[in-house]
Design a protein around this ligand. Structure first.
Ligand SMILES: C[S@@+](CC[C@H](N)C(=O)[O-])C[C@H]1O[C@@H](n2cnc3c(N)ncnc32)[C@H](O)[C@@H]1O
Length: 217
């Protein structure tokens, strides 16, 4: 199958930036209170629903996969970038990390109790996002949970907007539009946290964390 250009470009950009991106993350991630709160909520709801395998899709260097593991979930990571996966394996040798694309996962239908996609949908061109969410819907078990985090757009009816992400172009979305696309894929919103733009000193974007659940049947 011919790989779309955006996947090739995203992989090449993250391979090149793997070391500085990982270093940047290691200083910034511990300070992100809202992210940690939502990761904790996600882990709690997955465990409360009976637990099971959880995929950190677009896992980067694996720091969130490790947090999910520390919270008692059998978590593994998947990422497009072989360089980031190599760093993840080195940092967390006890965990499983695979190179792969979240739009075409090597996973059986309904095999996951949870998916976490933290700032990893942002590099997908808007017209391709429904394919990604359809894949999430395929691999999530009925009742399985999704936590998706992304830079948000303040205009609830606005389009996805490209912005100058440090590694490779990215898109920010109105949270309602992401919730709508998820609904079309059979994944219904359960809760959300959206931070005020002023909380983001770098770009002044709201950050959205949507918790959603695959419909039971
Ligand atoms: C902004 S980084 C976020 C990394 C990590 N989730 C975190 O919380 O720090 C985006 C990550 O998503 C990965 N990614 C982007 N598109 C992807 C795709 N279609 N399939 C798998 N990984 C993807 C990139 O390689 C990169 O590691």
């Amino acid at each position: 199958m011919i790989e779309p250009d955006f996947l090739r470009a995203t992989r090449a950009a993250y391979d090149l930036a793997a070391v500085p991106y990982t270093e940047f993350n290691s200083t910034v991630f511990p300070t992100l209170t809202f992210d940690h709160a939502m990761i904790a909520v996600f882990a709690d709801v997955v465990r409360a629903a009976g637990g099971g395998p959880v995929a950190d899709l677009g896992c980067g260097p694996g720091h969130v996969t490790a947090q999910l593991h520390d919270r008692g979930l059998p978590a593994f990571g998947v990422d497009l970038s072989p360089e980031l996966i190599a760093l993840a394996r080195r940092a967390h040798p006890e965990l499983r990390f695979e190179v792969g694309s979240m739009g075409a996962l090597d996973l059986a239908d309904g095999s996951l109790a949870g998916i976490l996609a933290r700032y990893s949908i942002i590099h997908t061109p808007p017209e391709r996002l429904p394919e990604i969410f359809a894949e999430f819907g395929r691999v999530l078990a009925p009742g399985g949970h999704l936590l998706v985090s992304f830079q948000a757009h303040e205009d609830p009816a606005g389009p996805a907007e490209m912005f100058d992400h440090k590694v490779t172009p990215a898109y920010r979305w109105p949270p309602d539009r992401i919730a709508g696309l998820l609904r079309e894929a059979g994944i219904a919103e359960v809760a959300r946290l959206v931070s005020a733009p002023e909380e983001d000193p770098q770009r002044g974007f709201p950050q959205a964390h949507l918790l959603a659940r695959r419909r039971a049947s």
